[in-house]
Design a protein around this ligand. Structure first.
Ligand SMILES: NC(=O)c1ccc[n+]([C@@H]2O[C@H](COP(=O)([O-])OP(=O)(O)OC[C@H]3O[C@@H](n4cnc5c(N)ncnc54)[C@H](O)[C@@H]3O)[C@@H](O)[C@H]2O)c1
Ligand SMILES: [Zn+2]
Ligand SMILES: [Zn+2]
Length: 360
């Protein structure tokens, strides 16, 4: 066991605290990872505000890269010194989804079995089974995905959640291909990554929709060919006008509200694909004519973690980053210290950052 500093949310809405955490030595199938960088994701804020559960105290942080410090028994494909991105989809290999060759739908993913605790023994709930605003964290070995160590940790770690969710919404769930038209509604970290993913896939028309002109300017840098400020312009009409009257082949809702999903549905060409990657809250309801759902054909999908398979996608995307084909650095708006998480939540509300990244 060792003692390190970590950032916890002790109760609903209370400011985060930097406290001493006991990290057990890795048991069977586990690893301790020295964190080098961890992005601040909207989901961390959801945890703090009680939007995800009531299992306080939460150990926040989950978009991280670092170096494996120690591994427990029965770990064969990971060793101290390995450079890894942490993932929240350590697939089991044995559930129905895994056995039929669709492990990105695995419903028995692994986390560490032992608990990290406060000094008084209180067990912590790590955000998304990771908990990485901490010097060292304990995870299941399968949560560590080895990538090329040439990739800067602040950029690489972002693949661990939001940027992967956006890239995968375009590449995996939306299956965007060469010559497709794509619209992305909401251009925060996730939506901006969906735009980068659409460009990587060869989409030739990429329409960014947001309420905030700063986000639209970012989106243009990442590959949007057109922008629509939906506080001033009806996005459905605008998307149709920009696609010869048809609507886009793939529309990605990276906000997750009934009105944005409807914009995606009606801004989509007949028989195209709607991808919901933004996360709705429990009270949200959707009402629309069932005949439109039938008559417009196509597919309506949701995208959890970009339908990614970390072992397949992380090393590949890091290679593209190192080749200059995926601008991960553009998502790092600022590097902050471990005491800067609360201020980073404030900036998230202000809307002027894609990602604040804690660097250790
Ligand atoms: N599916 C997944 O696996 C997954 C993973 C990570 C995050 N998410 C979710 O994705 C969503 C986006 O996350 P983020 O980190 O990019 O958040 P963010 O706060 O950085 O970005 C949200 C963007 O949406 C814009 N926006 C808000 N309301 C809008 C509206 N009505 N019309 C158009 N634009 C609007 C904002 O201006 C902002 O640019 C969140 O719901 C988050 O929880 C999903
Ligand atoms: Zn499985
Ligand atoms: Zn996240």
């Amino acid at each position: 066991m060792q003692q390190v500093k970590g950032v916890i949310a002790r109760g609903k809405g209370a400011p985060v605290e930097l406290v001493t955490v006991n990290v057990p030595d890795p048991g069977p199938g586990e690893a301790v990872v020295k964190i080098q960088a961890c992005g601040v994701c909207h989901t961390d804020l959801h945890y703090r505000e009680g939007g995800i559960g009531n299992d306080y105290p939460y150990l926040l942080g989950h978009e991280a890269a670092g170096i494996v410090e120690a591994v427990g028994p029965e770990v064969h494909d990971l060793a101290p010194g390995d450079y890894v991105i942490l993932n929240w989809r350590a697939v089991c290999g044995a559930c129905r989804a895994c056995l039929r060759g669709r492990p990105w739908y695995c419903f028995a993913t692994h986390n560490a079995k032992q608990k990290m605790t406060l000094e008084d023994g209180t067990e912590l709930s790590p955000a998304l089974g990771i908990g990485a605003f901490i010097d060292k964290t304990l995870v299941a070995a399968g949560q560590c995905t080895k990538v090329d160590p040439a990739a800067r940790p602040a950029a690489a770690g972002l693949l661990g959640c939001g940027v992967m969710a956006g890239l995968g919404a375009a590449l995996n769930t939306g299956n965007v291909g060469r010559g497709d038209s794509v619209a992305v509604i909401g251009c925060g970290g996730v939506g901006a990554a969906a735009i980068a993913g659409a460009r990587l896939a060869g989409a030739n028309r990429i329409i960014a929709v947001d309420l905030d002109d700063r986000k639209l300017a970012n989106a243009t840098e990442l590959g949007a060919t057109h922008t629509v400020n939906s506080s001033a312009t009806d996005p459905i009409t605008a998307i149709q006008e920009l696609t010869g009257g048809f609507g886009a082949d793939v529309v990605i809702d990276a906000v997750g509200r009934p009105e944005t999903w409807k914009q995606a549905f009606y801004g989509r060409d007949l028989a195209g694909t709607v991808v919901l990657v933004g996360v709705p809250t429990p009270e949200m309801q959707l009402e629309l004519p069932l005949l439109d759902v039938f008559g417009r054909g196509g597919s309506l999908k949701s995208s959890w973690y970009g339908d990614c398979l970390p072992s397949r996608d992380f090393p590949m995307l890091i290679d593209l980053y190192l080749q200059g084909r995926l601008p991960l650095d553009a998502f790092v708006s600022e590097e902050i210290g471990i005491d800067g998480v609360e201020a980073a939540f404030e900036k998230m509300h202000g809307g002027n950052v894609l990602r604040s990244v804690v660097v250790f």
